[in-house]
Design a protein around this ligand. Structure first.
Ligand SMILES: [Zn+2]
Length: 218
């Protein structure tokens, strides 16, 4: 896939996020996609209806000179994306937002449990873990993110800040960000009705097996 195709997919991903209301009122957020040793990265700090392929640039995260071409607000978040790629060679896309219900969990320092089947269908088997707080993009926050990423982690809550969602495919990862926001909203509503029950581990396995029986592409 060439860079232009990746940029077009990222624009589509922004629209998926907007339609799914997986974004805060400020529209703050950023997206990156890996292409070889480079990153296609958003150069504006808002994911809104004005987002186009012109809102993206290609940088080499290992080059200070290349990073210096970015706006300071974007330079600040390169390491937050790059740490995911460095620990997860299977990941090609990282999406960061302050999706409100998802971020409510991050602000209350609680992981999101796998209590909603759609999360498990997106291969979130043990909920969304929480990375302890550190100032945005700081070495401390990067270490905290690295500490909670396991080989099968699909998203990480950033305490007092927001969320990172990641995956292989741009559009699928955007849909996952929407599913996590949907799950967070439903769990918060369910808590007002009583205790929330995560899907038991043995049933999580059955859910995955069931999905495989009817595997399809959309
Ligand atoms: Zn943020």
């Amino acid at each position: 896939m060439d860079v232009q195709q990746i940029k077009e997919q990222i624009v589509e991903a922004v629209m998926i996020i907007l339609r799914g209301r997986a974004i805060s009122r400020s529209f703050h957020g950023n997206i990156s996609a890996r292409t070889g040793s480079n990153l296609v990265l958003t150069t504006r700090s808002h994911l809104d209806e004005h987002f186009t392929t012109e809102s993206l640039s290609v940088i080499d995260p290992n080059s200070e000179e290349s990073r210096a071409t970015l706006h300071p607000s974007t330079q600040e978040i390169v390491d937050m994306h790059d740490v995911v790629y460095s620990v997860r060679p299977d990941v090609n896309v990282v999406i960061h937002t302050h999706a409100p219900h998802t971020t409510a969990f991050a602000i209350s320092s609680k992981p999101i449990p796998s209590a909603y089947e759609a999360m498990v269908r997106h291969d979130i088997l043990e909920g969304v873990p929480l990375a302890k707080y550190g100032p945005r993009g700081s070495p401390e926050s990067i270490r905290n993110i690295q500490d909670v990423i396991r080989p099968d982690t699909r998203a990480v809550l950033l305490e007092n800040h927001g969320v990172l969602v990641f995956g292989k495919d741009v559009r699928e990862t955007a849909r996952l960000a929407v599913t996590i926001e949907e799950a967070a909203e439903m769990i918060i509503m369910a808590e007002s009705l009583g205790e929330v029950h995560p899907i038991p581990p043995e049933m999580v396995r059955s859910t995955i097996d069931r999905k495989k029986q009817f595997s399809y592409s959309d």
